[in-house]
Design a protein around this ligand. Structure first.
Ligand code: KMT
Length: 192
């Protein structure tokens, strides 16, 4: 993955909109997003890597399927809009990129957009209750595996309705912890 804070321009959201690049550690600390990386050869269904098997087991990912997003697909325009509307879910969103690339955008603790560019081998876990959206990049193609604990629930709760959703409270605890971490860091910076 690569990740960065986005600029405020609204034209062509499939462009990068790169304002300020951040490393994966900062991304994860600020948002609670988790990132794993597998070599693309190790995630083919018939050549499953032992650390992926372990991850699925440890996390209880009992369900899986595949999603492919490309202009030729059924209801592409409509799906594109749905994916790109800011929303949250009552469960984690887990995607393992098999082919292609795309952008997951997530809000940080100050409500700023961070854009995460994912590529084959990247496994991304978006925590429950985080506001996010997805958009294809300029290549307009991504194929990803989706994992889920138990029976999948794909319901999206758009903003602002999501503000009142119970998952937001769970996520607010993440944000609180992270803002404490950030404050400590700033204090230390000032002292040194
Ligand atoms: C979703 O539910 O928003 C998606 O699965 C879109 C991204 S998957 C590459």
């Amino acid at each position: 993955v690569r990740s960065w804070y986005m600029d405020d321009r609204t034209e062509d959201p499939q462009e990068e909109h790169l304002l300020d690049e951040i490393d994966t550690t900062t991304l994860c600390a600020r948002t609670g997003v988790e990132i794993w990386y597998f070599h693309p050869d190790q995630i083919l269904a018939n050549n499953e890597n032992s650390s992926l098997i372990k991850l699925k087991h440890d996390r209880g990912y009992t369900y899986e399927d595949e999603i492919k997003i490309e202009p030729g697909m059924e209801n592409y325009e409509e799906k594109f809009k749905i994916f790109f509307a800011e929303h949250l879910h009552s469960d984690e969103e887990i995607r393992l990129v098999q082919e292609g690339s795309g952008f997951f955008d997530v809000r940080d603790h100050n409500d700023k957009w961070i854009r995460i560019h994912v590529f084959p081998g990247d496994l991304i876990i978006l925590p429950t209750g985080i506001y996010h959206r997805f958009i294809p990049d300029k290549h307009n193609y991504i194929r990803a595996r989706r994992f889920f604990v138990g029976e999948p629930v794909w319901t999206r709760i758009n903003r602002p309705e999501g503000d009142l959703h119970p998952s937001r409270q769970i996520y607010a605890e993440h944000l609180y912890r992270n803002s404490t971490i950030d404050t400590n860091k700033n204090v230390t910076d000032v002292i040194s």
